[in-house]
Design a protein around this ligand. Sequence first.
Ligand SMILES: [Zn+2]
Length: 249
Amino acid sequence: MAINKTEAIVLRHRELRETSLIATFYTRDFGKINGVIKGVRGERSQHVGGALELFARDEIVFYEKKGSDLFLVSQCELINFFPSIRSDLEKLSYASYLVELTDSATPLGEKSEEIFTLLSKSLGLLCAKASARRAARIFEIKFLKILGMMPAMERCAVCSGSVDDGGRFNLKAGGLVCGSCGASSGPSFPILRGTREFIKHIASSDFERASRIKVAERVGKELEAILRKFIDYHIGRRLNTVAFLASIK
Ligand SMILES: [Zn+2]
């Protein structure tokens, strides 16, 4: 029976019988896993100090449960509770959105250290002084890139032709389309040059540099709207936290 130890971020949890929980973790070394943690609820529960709260970063020890795709988590030690996110409703909502998006777009058991690192750094950025919106946009663009779902921004998504005339953004085609493809590939809308440049810039810069790139307000607004439509269209499931984020605006 292999015993594994890794860092993990809590994406979701639910109660299991009287005293246990099932948590979904995104781990550094094993991708997304579901694990049972016994004896953490009820009168004689063992103390885990916030380690099972949403988006807590932990070190966990787990092993296989015979005949089940659930793992048994035998140790769960808190590394970062991100307290300054939890005391700010806007940051808390955005952090909840990041973990829900990660959960909805990743399969169980497919390792991606890049996703783990991106999620960790994005939570760290939310904790720091940066605006929650900026942290969310950087996460979204870099997450799409890791998943291989980056919108086409350099050339037409349909014919690979030039989009030097500005092009239009087309959800179905998956990015910019040129003038001649625009008419034949479903609804599309205009996109500011600044928005287009910003997406390219974030995708190609490392995280630390990306977190410092300034953006004009109208670009920020357009970017938020376009990424929302793109993610909803391609991930195909309405996220609970998105409606909540809209309601706290
Ligand atoms: Zn084209």
